[in-house]
Design a protein. Structure first.
Lengths: 246, 616
């Protein structure tokens, strides 16, 4: 039978650990059970305000570089947000960059949530769904980081969910409750929060499309489409699973 | 084989199956797990560790050889994410139309070892999937940066935005002319041709794409609603464009088929759902809300006009649709499997009794064929289509190789290889390469050949486990791989156009290949599947014979005798050959009774009789 392959699981854990760790080489692959716990003190404020955590101490060397091309637009007008410079002649906008940065944090929190499932005694169905979301979103995080890096924009890492708040994201309290929940309680809370989390992602996509000249860069539109279609379908699945819980 | 355009079509009466009392949750996880016993991935597969490189990557081949790789033409020859990637293919005569996110090109493949560029048309059009119909080339436009005038630089004023289907006159392939941009509310991710069964010179385009509707301020009448039952809602409908080939400039959207009505979210365990699906404790308002999470459009649909059928790959569902009246598509069945993230595309078996659906998990830009990625996610599933026009899911298939983190990979587009008596398809898997899959036995699809290159990008030195630190990866690989008039054409997103030739192997005999090469088409659009017929010929008869030998479907003494009789008959001519073949057909008829594979023996008898009748 091919459903659970030990080798695959080991690889899975190794790669997921790689994605979850800002350091380049995670040598011993931790099991999901021993995955790092969030530190509540650093978790984001609950208000769904776009806030890019680009403090100088967390910015990687390649991040936040400012193009000096003539005609570049600078935006410093939003308190709490890192300045984003859009070089002249490019097809992407500030909204595109904020979408990619924000979605990394958004995805990273979802991935963190999914990795709670196995030690929380989630049901087989919820565990399977969690693994699927994990694989999907961990892969997309890499794509978004690569895009930002190529265009020399600030690249949030996978811990950015602790300092950024996007629509649908869990508050510190939400996360603490989810971390304590076990069994069916976990299933219910996980599904409820993940539905809200996914709906937040759809809001982010809708906001992106509503922004002037946004999502014209084809890599962003393909990614946004994929997020939208995948998460729309998953919301439906989760609602049914929620309705069918004991 | 004739092209769709010239094929007469008899509308079929199919019992209405729009019933809300479908069997619910007919599949469970335990059943799903028993669907397939494929070993995946293989640690020893020669595709596993190929040398990276754009044009000098390592290559692994089985059962085929690479005849040529025509690099991208200059206007598309740069790597910048998806901006200049190649997309889908269409075929007509000696010409191959290759889409690109920044335009399209036309190749003359009279000599498949040396394709010649006929023309290149730069025109920003993501994703640029083409279809050909006579002198008209249709190209799908979806992206937000596509302009009416094809220019770069994006859309500033809504009036400049082009989302829908571009129509080109390609009567002179050296100078294609854009004659019309048909705007649609949701744009066009892909589109599928359905020739009118009743009106000559009329073709319908079924427009797919799951993105939301444009605002009414940009295109009048468009509405992004959440209520599937709202007739004015641009979502939850399949847009249909009608084209009269004599007046392509008048092409317009004629209807929006509401083939999704009543489909809620996919049930968590796989299986079917319907409007009547009871959910404990849900009132009607909640049910309506659930319905809004059902599919709102297809990603891609495959028409089989001669069967009056359409297989719709529609987000969380695979649909079977009656298209005997192309302006009134009617859903016959819907199947869900939550292992599938995005029902993406479909290929029917030639007899219309099976269908292979693909799952584009990760959208084609993620490397989802690594050893950690489950077999039943991002691969294919095989389904039977019963006499009642209902689906039954049988098995999963995914390439049995461990691709790297540098290779975007998932199941993508393909078409049938016309081997009589078997169901074989060729398929592109992005950077997973191209492969051949035999799905004659719906429960045991297996691979019989492949072509793969190493990744475009070199893995970051010493940081293979740390994708976070790698430079931006190149999206590449086979967008689609299709059989057309004797060769396999694969649209390589980053590298160009690959042309491959199949070679005989233990799984595919010389006779089977010769029979496949007898099938010639005037025109071929992979998503508009034509019915394959074979001429009366010795290779067709011998294909069945080879299959009976391979599968021990008939006693060896008899297969040997039949082979000798065929050789003897072929040495004769005219009346003598005809008489010999008729006698042999009679003998083979009586072989069927005691044969393990009686059906195949009968097909062989019939092919021998056809050959006798065709002998003058």
């Amino acid at each position: 039978m091919v459903f659970h392959r030990d080798l695959s699981l080991i690889c899975l854990v190794a790669v997921l650990a790689a994605c979850a760790t800002p350091a380049p080489r995670p040598t011993p692959a931790p099991s999901p059970a021993s995955a790092p716990r969030p530190t509540r003190a650093t978790t984001a404020a609950p208000t769904p305000v776009t806030a890019v955590g680009a403090s100088p101490t967390t910015a990687p060397v390649t991040g936040a570089s400012v193009a000096t091309a003539e005609g570049a637009h600078h935006h410093h007008d939003m308190p709490g947000m890192a300045p984003i410079t859009i070089p002249a002649g490019v097809l992407y906008t500030e909204a595109d960059v904020r979408f990619m940065q924000g979605m990394i944090a958004h995805h990273a929190q979802a991935v963190h949530m999914t990795r709670l499932a196995s030690s929380a005694g989630a049901s087989a169905r919820v565990l399977r769904l969690a693994q699927k979301i994990d694989l999907s979103q961990a892969g997309e995080i890499v794509l978004m980081q690569e895009w930002l890096r190529e265009y020399e924009q600030f690249v949030p890492d996978t811990s950015s969910w602790r300092s950024m708040s996007m629509p649908g994201m869990l508050t510190t309290d939400d996360m603490a409750k989810l971390e304590r929940a076990r069994g069916t309680d976990f299933d219910r809370m996980f599904l409820t929060l993940m539905i809200r989390h996914h709906e937040g992602a759809l809001t982010m996509v809708a906001d992106l499309y509503a922004s002037p000249r946004a999502a014209q860069e084809v890599d962003i539109s393909v990614l946004a489409n994929d997020v939208e279609s995948t998460q729309t379908a998953e919301i439906g699945v989760m609602k049914l699973m929620l309705a069918e819980l004991p | 084989m004739r092209s769709n355009r010239t094929t007469s079509h008899t509308p079929r009466t199919v019992a209405t199956a729009f019933v809300a009392t479908l069997a619910l949750c007919t599949l469970s996880f335990s059943v799903a797990a028993s669907l397939n016993a494929q070993t995946y991935p293989s640690a020893t597969d020669p595709r596993n560790n190929l040398k990276p490189g754009l044009m000098d990557a390592g290559i692994a081949l089985k059962g085929m050889r690479l005849l040529s790789t025509a690099p991208k033409p200059a206007p598309f020859d740069s790597v910048r994410g998806l901006t200049f990637v190649n997309s889908d293919l269409a075929f007509k005569g000696n010409l191959v139309y290759q889409g690109n996110f920044a335009g399209f090109s036309i190749w003359d493949v009279s000599n498949p070892a040396k394709p010649v560029m006929v023309s290149v048309v730069p025109c920003i059009t993501s994703q640029g999937d083409p279809s050909i119909y006579g002198n008209l080339l249709f190209v799908s436009a979806e992206g937000g940066g596509n302009r009416n005038d094809c220019a770069k630089g994006g859309v500033s004023a809504p009036a400049d935005h082009m989302a829908g289907v571009r129509i080109y006159d390609v009567s002179n392939p050296r100078v294609p002319k854009l004659i019309k941009n048909v705007q649609t509310c949701k744009g066009s991710h892909t589109h599928t041709l359905v020739p009118s069964p009743t009106e000559m010179g009329v073709v319908y385009l079924y427009v797919s794409g799951s993105q939301g509707a444009r605002p009414a301020t940009e295109l009048g009448g468009c509405k992004n609603g959440s209520d599937p039952a709202d007739e004015s809602n641009s979502l939850f409908r399949l847009d249909v464009i009608k084209v009269n080939v004599a007046r392509p400039q008048d092409a317009a959207v004629v209807t929006g088929a509401r083939i999704f009505t009543g489909l809620g979210p996919a049930p968590a365990r796989g299986g079917r759902t319907s409007a009547a699906r009871p959910v404990a404790g849900a009132d009607s308002a909640e049910m309506a809300q659930l319905m809004a999470n059902g599919p709102r459009n297809c990603h891609d649909v495959t028409s089989y006009p001669e069967m009056g059928l359409l297989a719709g790959a529609c987000g969380s569902y695979g649909l079977l649709v009656d298209i005997s009246n192309p302006e009134r598509p009617r859903r016959l069945d819907a199947v869900a499997d939550t292992n599938f993230s995005l029902w993406h595309t479909a290929v029917f078996s030639n007899d219309g009794k099976k269908v292979v659906f693909t799952d584009e998990w990760g959208g084609g830009i993620s490397p989802n064929c690594q050893s950690m990625h489950p077999l039943e996610m991002g691969g294919n599933t095989t389904l039977a289509i019963g006499a009642d026009k209902k689906f039954k899911q049988h098995a999963y298939f995914k390439i049995p190789t461990a691709q790297t983190a540098q290779e975007n990979c998932v199941s993508h587009n393909g078409s049938l290889i016309p081997v009589p008596g078997r169901d074989i398809m060729v398929q592109g898997w992005y950077q997973g390469g191209v492969n051949l899959i035999d799905f004659t036995d719906n429960d045991k699809p297996f691979e019989i050949g492949y072509f793969d290159r190493g990744p475009v990008d070199v893995p970051p030195a010493g940081e293979v486990d740390a994708p976070v630190s790698r430079a931006r990866g190149t999206i590449g690989g086979s967008w689609g791989a299709y059989w057309y008039n004797g060769y396999i054409y694969s649209s390589e997103m980053a590298r160009g156009l690959d042309i491959l030739e199949l070679l005989p192997t233990e799984y595919l005999s010389e006779n089977e290949l010769a029979a496949a090469k007898l099938v010639m088409m005037d025109e071929f659009n992979p998503q508009a599947q034509p019915r394959i017929t074979w001429p009366a010929a010795f290779p067709v008869v011998r294909s069945y014979l080879d299959q009976l030998v391979r599968g021990s479907g008939l006693a060896t003494a008899r297969t040997t005798a039949i082979a000798q009789a065929l050789t003897a008959a072929e040495r004769q001519s005219g009346v003598a050959r005809r008489a010999a073949l008729r006698e042999l057909a009679g003998q083979v008829d009586s072989d069927a009774a005691g044969a393990k594979d009686a059906e195949r023996v009968r097909m062989m008898a019939s092919a021998i009789r056809d050959l006798a009748n065709a002998t003058k």
